[in-house]
Design a protein around this ligand. Structure first.
Ligand SMILES: [Zn+2]
Length: 162
């Protein structure tokens, strides 16, 4: 048996405190590491009463075929897509109707249709212009809680390969 690590009884061989579960950064459903999201992002994206939010760390699961979108690292809570106000790009990355840029409402299909040709990069340029103008709000609009440009470029690149 491991010696107790409680501050008040360090080294004791027994402990009557309920052990605090170790924080787990991996999704309880798919086992992949989740990306940390700020509470601001959950407040903006959750479609459930925000009384359900607790003062714990939440993470975002980006796995395509995993139903979990957000989970708490203490293992207590998971939020699936039906609890989110937007369809989640990472769960529908092959769906032309899915949004990839939530601030300026660009869909996967639009980004993909711009591959090659003279219009290539128009969406990226439009997003960058919006960012410059202070019009983006990725932390409260994008389920991943951060800028979409990496995803936009990935969609554009994947379109180019096909
Ligand atoms: Zn997952």
């Amino acid at each position: 048996m491991e010696p107790c690590a409680c501050p008040s009884s360090a080294g004791a061989s027994t402990c009557d405190r309920t052990p605090v579960p170790a924080a787990d950064n991996t999704c309880p459903s798919c086992g992949q590491a989740g990306k940390r999201v700020e509470s601001q992002t959950l407040k903006g994206l959750l479609a459930v009463p925000l009384t359900q939010l607790r003062d714990v760390e939440y993470r975002f699961c980006r796995t395509l075929d995993c139903a979990v979108v957000y989970f708490s690292v203490d293992g207590v809570q998971q939020f699936a897509e039906d609890a989110i106000r937007e369809r989640v790009f990472q769960k529908h990355a092959a769906d032309d109707a899915a949004l990839v840029c939530y601030c300026f409402r660009h869909t996967v299909g639009v980004v993909r249709s711009q591959r090659g040709g003279t219009n290539s990069g128009d969406v990226v340029a439009a997003i960058q212009a919006g960012i410059q103008a202070g019009q983006c709000a990725c932390d409260i609009r994008n389920p991943q809680g951060s800028c979409c440009l990496g995803n936009v470029r990935a969609v554009a690149d994947s379109g180019r390969d096909s």
